[in-house]
Write a protein that binds this ligand. Structure first.
Ligand code: ATP
Ligand code: MG
Length: 456
């Protein structure tokens, strides 16, 4: 299908990684884009800016995605007008950003981001909303560095993200052979890969994210330095890595993303404890994380909401038993050992990837549920059913079972319990009590001996 989209376009040799001084121009007959596919508000902004005498284009993800037949997440505009000049054109515009100013133009719930052409600066990192630690550590912040359209294309990350669409002339401007790479399904950095990753290591994660999301390959020169440079993710603020993490795992292609992150050794730097678990308990860890991500992808595909807490709970869970065992060996009883291990694991993880409190609390609750779900006698089962975390806890139990963990049919038991009427639930609890009585004596005996042993 893509071949057809670009049939009238003859691409130049693919070895060119650098920016052309004059762009390849694709007129309306030479590409598949149509003005009406773009947000009418975004198109309106471009028209208005052009009428006011500025250059203005739709740019980045929206152009790339529409060429691929994907519905864009949002629509970005790039222009020669400064933020103040943009604001002067629109009543509903607000300047945002401290270090690098952008304009948000509001149309009800839709926000169109309008950015002034920027020049590439070697020390610049691209995180508009997240100052890097280098910047936070007292270096004088530079003012906005505006540039020409060509400069703007040059500072973008991948060739496929540097396409400019003019909805008035219905032309695409392509400075970096991005259309060629869209057609050949290639993620290719603009410029020298080593240098571009050193400027902003998050580009390594973006390469993986786009490769998975679009089902593209990462071009050889673009992939080659990643394993060696993976450690440079350490310099990235944990808050930015959290946002990237969410994008990586909520893209709808989280399972593939995970495999790629592991393969390129990026996962080790994002989730070190999980990477350790992958090494020491590979089959279970890999299955558990993969199954969680496959489920997530399914939910995204069905338009269902995804709870990031569940995802992070799954990512970290395989590291928990090792940590708890270590604490038990130091003398902590089993339950406090697990709680302490959970606490340590999460706070260490937050040093790398700053998972906010609104997620860490539910992670602990999902894990706590795993301790409580086996204890069902008396009124406990009904109390658990009423617990707002029951559903997540139960789903998590099924996930553990799907990864091969033996729980003595606990998941099946809970599935039936939820489905049955009250009278039959009572019978299930009675059966359980009977079973427990048979098993109680030796088990309690063992437990007592162990605790006694730890206290000696
Ligand atoms: P998505 O569909 O995920 O939003 P996107 O391409 O729009 O994809 P954004 O993160 O929204 O990605 O960034 C918008 C554009 O800004 C990109 O297409 C790219 O041109 C540029 N850009 C973003 N981050 C970087 C970066 N770290 N380095 C260079 N250019 C970047
Ligand atoms: Mg975007």
């Amino acid at each position: 299908m893509l071949k057809k989209l670009f049939q009238s376009f003859r691409p130049p040799a693919p070895s060119v990684h650098h920016i052309r001084t004059t762009p390849q121009v694709l007129n309306s007959g030479q590409h598949s884009l149509q003005r009406h596919q773009f947000s009418r508000h975004a198109v309106g902004i471009v028209e208005r800016l052009q009428q006011a005498g500025y250059q203005a284009y739709l740019v980045g993800g929206c152009v790339r995605d529409l060429l691929l037949g994907i519905t864009p997440k949002d629509f970005d505009v790039a222009t020669s007008a400064t933020p103040e000049q943009v604001r002067a054109e629109f009543r509903n515009a607000r300047i945002i950003g401290r270090r690098f100013k952008l304009v948000h133009v509001h149309f009800g719930r839709e926000i169109i981001e309008v950015a002034t052409f920027r020049a590439h600066h070697p020390e610049d990192d691209e995180a508009d909303s997240h100052l890097s630690s280098r910047h936070q550590s007292g270096r004088i912040l530079r003012d906005n560095v505006y540039g020409t359209l060509e400069d703007d294309a040059q500072r973008r990350d991948f060739t496929i993200n540097a396409l400019y669409y003019d909805p008035v002339a219905e032309r695409i401007l392509d400075y970096a052979n991005g259309v060629h790479d869209v057609r050949n399904k290639l993620i290719r950095l603009i410029g020298d890969p080593l240098q571009r990753y050193q400027e902003d290591p998050v580009r390594m994660l973006r390469a993986v994210r786009f490769a998975a999301k679009l089902d593209f390959s990462i071009e050889r020169r673009t992939v080659q330095p990643i394993r060696e440079l993976a450690t440079s993710l350490r310099d990235i603020p944990a808050a930015r890595l959290f946002e990237e993490s969410l994008k990586l795992f909520l893209s709808g292609q989280a399972a593939d993303t995970f495999e790629m992150l592991v393969d390129l050794q990026l996962f080790d730097h994002l989730y070190p404890a999980s990477a350790y678990a992958l090494e020491f308990n590979p089959t279970y860890t890999h299955r558990l994380i993969r199954n969680a991500l496959v489920n997530t992808d399914l939910r995204v595909a069905q338009g269902k909401p995804v709870t990031p807490a569940f995802l992070f709970a799954a990512l970290l869970w395989p590291a928990l038993p090792m940590r708890a065992a270590h604490l038990q060996a130091q003398g902590l009883p089993p339950i406090p050992a697990i709680q302490e291990a959970a606490h340590e694991l999460i706070s260490e993880q937050c040093q790398r990837v700053a998972i906010p409190k609104r997620f860490t609390l539910p992670i602990k609750e999902i894990w706590d549920m795993q301790e409580r779900l086996p204890r069902r006698t008396g009124k406990r089962a009904d109390a658990l059913l009423e617990n707002p975390r029951f559903r997540a806890g139960y789903d998590f139990l099924l996930l553990r079972e799907s990864a091969g963990e033996h729980t003595d049919g606990l998941g099946q038991w809970w599935t039936e319990y939820q489905e049955l009427p009250d009278s039959e639930r009572r019978a299930m609890i009675r059966d359980l009590a009977g079973r427990d009585e048979e098993a109680a004596a030796p088990r309690n005996g063992r437990r007592r001996r162990r605790i006694g042993g730890a206290e000696e």
